[in-house]
Every structure is written in structure tokens, then in C-alpha cells.
Design a protein around this ligand. Structure first.
Ligand SMILES: C[S@@+](CC[C@H](N)C(=O)[O-])C[C@H]1O[C@@H](n2cnc3c(N)ncnc32)[C@H](O)[C@@H]1O
Length: 254
């Protein structure tokens, strides 16, 4: 997918809030190995490494565009690899910490993905995941709604747009079924206050709209963005725009 680190980083501090909450759940011990699945620009991977003393940390991401920025982290305890999360998991490497912020919502089939991820944890290992439940968040639901309308619906006909993100309670069940020793699973609203609807459009342009645009021929990309903006404007008529953005946070030890 054509990720754009400049657009993504326009709301760096807003996007950082759930990530910092996730980092705060880390069980800090010296000498751990950790992997950051879907590490993006690597900023958070570097923070993870800085939080864990004497750790070896690997950031993996399938987007070469996002990883370009990772070389700027300048930490010798962090390495990066351009590889999909699915292929990384096939390697059977074992970790003390598996961390993933705002990435697993892009990976299908969480019923099998979560147990697969958990199987890469060493005994005593810790899992930390944050992701948005897209089926609850209005900006995602409006994208889906627009995709069912002409002229777009025909072009999306073969694409399964159902979010892989499960109901929050199901994650707790999966953790239990996989033998967790302890867990914290919760939803949190991150209030976004944005100048206007164009700022909200920019927010979505950094992430959720990307797979919709990449499946459209060039002449339909601009009309899609215009129609989506109009939908957003009808739901967010006031300024500043207040958007209650929901996230799921998962922490568990095995
Ligand atoms: C919203 S960004 C989050 C980046 C970073 N974790 C952060 O919190 O800043 C999502 C990242 O997941 C990556 N991603 C999506 N699907 C992936 C997959 N199947 N394998 C590897 N990376 C993936 C994207 O390339 C993107 O960099």
C-alpha cells in the first residue's frame, strides 16, 4: 500500500497518545528481545528500545516508504526489516515482547493471527497491541458507506471490506484460550479536536482511506475524496470538529 510518512506524521502528537498508553503497559526488565509488528516510520520502535534497558528490538513493516524514515532513529539496539507481518511470523523467531501499535487492523483473520502472534512469545513474554475497532469508528463506517455507492461499488465488488478487528471481548477470550497468565483488555476514547472537516479528511488520508484509493482508477480518486469529504461534512457540521476516536488496547503475559 502506498503509505505516505509525511501525511501520516501530520498528526504525530494525536497519533502518539494511544501509543504512549500502550508503552506505559510495558513490563520493563533488562536484556529483553522485542519485535514491533507494523512499525511504520520506526519512531515508536526507537521509543520501545529506549524504554527497555539493554534490549534488542526489531521493527518490521511491509512499506518501504514508511521504513525510509526508520534509518533516522539512530539507535544501535534497533534493527528494521521490510517484510510483512505474516512472513515475519512464519520465521518462528521467539520474543520476550511482541508490540504492535495501529497496524494489526490491516492484517486479516484475527482468529488465527492472534494465536500465531502469541506462539512467538517466550515463556514469561508480554503482548502489547493497540488498534482501532474500525467497525465502530464513524470515519471508517463512512468510507464503507461510500464504497457501496455508484460509481465505486462496482470497482470494490471483489474486495472484502469487512474489518478484521473483532469485538473487544473476543480478544480477551483468545488470550485466555492461549494460556495468558494475566491480561488487560480495554477500549479507550481518544478525543480529537480538529480545526475543520478538511483537517479530519487529512487525518483519514494518512491511514484508512489508503486502501480505498489504491483500488480506484486515477480519474475516480479525486471524485471519491470529494464525495467522502461531503459525507464527513454532513456528519461533522460544526467547527472545531470533535471526533471521539475509539481504540482497543491489549496487554497480556504468558
Ligand atoms: C498506521 S501505521 C502505524 C505505524 C506505527 N506502528 C506507529 O504506530 O506509528 C500502520 C503500519 O502498518 C503497516 N502494515 C500494514 N499491514 C501490514 C502487513 N501486513 N505487514 C507489515 N506491515 C503492515 C503499514 O505499512 C504502516 O506502516
Amino acid at each position: 500500500m502506498p503509505w505516505n510518512p509525511e501525511v501520516y506524521n501530520q498528526y504525530k502528537s494525536e497519533r502518539a497518545a494511544p501509543a504512549l498508553d500502550l508503552l506505559a503497559l510495558l513490563n520493563v526488565r533488562p536484556g529483553l528481545t522485542a519485535v514491533d509488528l507494523g512499525c511504520g516510520t520506526g519512531d515508536l520502535t526507537a521509543k520501545l528500545a529506549a524504554t527497555l534497558p539493554d534490549a534488542r528490538v526489531l521493527g518490521v513493516d511491509s512499506s518501504a516508504e514508511m521504513l525510509v524514515k526508520s534509518s533516522e532513529t539512530g539507535s544501535s539496539s534497533v534493527n528494521f526489516e521490510c517484510i510483512s507481518i505474516e512472513d515475519q511470523l512464519k520465521k518462528s523467531q521467539q520474543w520476550d515482547v511482541v508490540f504492535s501499535n495501529a497496524a494489526l487492523q490491516w492484517v486479516p483473520d484475527h482468529e488465527t493471527l492472534l494465536p500465531r502472534i502469541i506462539s512467538t512469545l517466550k515463556p514469561g513474554g508480554q503482548l502489547l497491541i493497540q488498534m482501532p475497532p474500525q467497525h465502530h469508528n464513524l470515519t471508517n463506517r463512512l468510507l464503507n458507506e461510500l464504497a457501496t455507492k455508484e460509481p465505486y461499488s462496482e470497482l470494490y465488488a471483489d474486495w472484502n471490506r469487512i474489518s478484521p478487528v473483532l469485538e473487544t471481548g473476543r480478544y480477551a477470550e483468545i488470550l485466555f484460550e492461549c494460556g495468558s497468565q494475566s491480561m488487560q483488555v480495554f477500549e479507550k476514547i481518544y478525543p480529537l479536536v480538529l480545526k475543520d472537516v478538511d483537517s479530519l479528511l487529512t487525518w483519514v488520508s494518512g491511514t484508512a482511506i489508503i486502501p480505498y484509493l489504491e483500488r480506484l482508477p486515477d480519474p475516480l480518486k479525486e471524485p471519491f475524496i470529494k464525495d467522502y469529504r461531503a459525507l464527513l461534512a454532513s456528519h461533522f457540521p460544526k467547527t472545531p470538529v470533535f471526533y471521539a476516536f475509539k481504540r482497543i488496547l491489549i496487554e497480556a503475559r504468558f
